[in-house]
Design a protein around this ligand. Structure first.
Ligand SMILES: Cc1cc2nc3c(=O)[nH]c(=O)nc-3n(C[C@H](O)[C@H](O)[C@H](O)COP(=O)(O)OP(=O)(O)OC[C@H]3O[C@@H](n4cnc5c(N)ncnc54)[C@H](O)[C@@H]3O)c2cc1C
Length: 389
């Protein structure tokens, strides 16, 4: 029986998917994260759940045979504008969809209140997966569905956080030639509960149905991305430096406990390809740098390499030194530091109103606030000038 329910569980869902008696359910804990709960009335103690846990067992199949890094961006303007970085996820996915395959990734569910892994079989549906959502995604029973597709010889592209990819690989316990895994460089994930508290606050302030949410709006550029939410009649836009949810995320107050000691970053990526923001591209690969977004693509396997080769006609890319490329993106190789505030953050999340929570955790010294306001003013000026030219 799975005994890592405590701090180390990353919530990938492999144990729930493997259980032959369906005796494992994922239940929201007091911090708002999903953790496995075992129904001992039907558990037969087969221990399969422990065997497939990616935290208890490391390394499955063909991993890290090669390591190549590329700076890459989609040629198509609109695709890149709508994606978090260079739009590489969508192009890789198209390759699978045009071969009658299935793509699994994270989409908004429950009227934008939660995130879950869903299947997409048509290009026109890819927009659901496009864009980073800074909330932990519930993988549900998608690992079992993926296994069925693979056994039926259908191509599958699975995308998610590194621990979700490791969870899927571990659940499958065998290499499939028709499975492609792409993970994102991961800062860590907050729970849906915190996001819902923020939505409730916005809901109360501005009445209306939410019609879209974008955590990485590029109106003011890729590096100064903004959080954008549209309701029927109003638009709610905040620069990442001003938006309270993004600030709590970037200050690491609200991440899952396992994210502070990410096992995957310690033991090795299990995916074929890892994609992330190519921060520092202007230093490492100036020839493709711009402010619409560039992806850092790290290829781990030959399968990943051949998939990346297929999208060459649709991208501009440049080969880069891996160590140099990740030097500006520590989230690739190390977990974020757990701040002391994390100890009481979730108690406060449950007790305080949104206004009280932001006041307690985000109040800045006057000097810092003035500096931030000046920066925002300069930014607005630059973007207005850019639009005029
Ligand atoms: C929680 C989170 C933290 C991240 N932290 C970093 C970081 O510290 N440094 C960095 O360089 N990059 C980070 N990224 C990755 C980055 O934001 C882009 O997603 C990545 O560069 C791919 O961009 P793209 O333009 O190719 O495609 P996009 O269309 O932007 O990519 C979307 C992809 O992200 C997946 N995705 C979106 N939300 C989630 C989620 N909640 N859980 C699992 N998968 C999700 C989708 O399934 C899809 O595969 C993070 C992404 C997420 C989701």
């Amino acid at each position: 029986m799975i005994e890592i329910v405590g701090k180390k569980c990353c919530g990938c869902g492999a144990c729930k998917n493997i259980c032959p008696k369906k005796s494992i359910n994922f239940v929201v804990n007091t911090e708002g994260f999903l953790y496995p709960e075992i129904n001992y009335n039907c558990c037969t103690r087969c221990n399969l759940c422990e065997k497939v846990c990616p935290i208890l067992n490391h390394s499955y199949g063909e991993i890290n045979l090669i390591e190549e890094a590329w700076g890459a961006k989609a040629i198509e303007y609109q695709l890149r504008y709508e994606s978090s970085s260079g739009g590489i996820f969508s192009l890789l996915s198209e390759q699978i969809l045009t071969r009658d395959g299935v793509v699994y990734g994270a989409a908004f569910t429950n009227k934008f209140r939660s995130i879950g892994h869903v299947a997409v079989t048509e290009s026109k549906e890819l927009y659901k997966l496009r864009g980073s959502k800074y909330i932990q995604s519930d993988t549900g029973i998608c690992f079992s569905e993926i296994k069925n597709h693979l056994e039926n010889r259908q191509k599958v592209l699975f995308t998610g956080t590194p621990c979700q990819v490791a969870g899927l690989k571990s659940f499958l316990r065998k290499d499939y030639e028709n499975l492609f895994c792409v993970d994102v460089i991961c800062h860590g994930t907050p729970p849906a509960a915190l996001w819902q508290k923020y939505l409730d606050y916005i809901e109360k302030k501005h009445v209306g149905k939410i019609v879209s949410v974008n955590f990485r709006h590029k109106e003011k550029g890729w590096k100064e991305f903004g959080f954008d939410l549209e309701k029927e009649k109003i638009r709610y836009y905040r620069n990442m430096r001003d938006d309270p949810y993004i600030r709590m995320f970037l200050k690491n107050y609200c991440l899952r406990e396992s994210c502070y000691q990410c096992e995957i970053k310690n033991s090795g990526y299990q995916s074929d390809i890892t994609i992330g923001d190519f921060w520092g591209v202007e230093t490492v690969a100036r020839e493709i740098a711009d402010d619409l977004g560039v992806s850092l693509v790290i290829i781990h396997t030959n399968k990943g390499k051949s998939l990346f080769e297929k999208i060459q006609p649709f991208i501009k890319s440049v080969s880069v030194d891996t160590t140099q490329a990740v030097s500006h993106n520590s989230a690739y190789f190390k977990s974020v530091t757990r701040p002391n505030e994390r100890n009481c953050f979730f108690d406060d999340m449950n007790m305080l109103t949104w206004e009280q929570l932001t006041k307690k955790y985000l109040t800045e010294k006057i000097k810092v606030r003035i500096k931030r306001q000046i920066k925002r003013f300069v930014l607005n000026l630059k973007s207005t000038k850019g639009k005029e030219n």
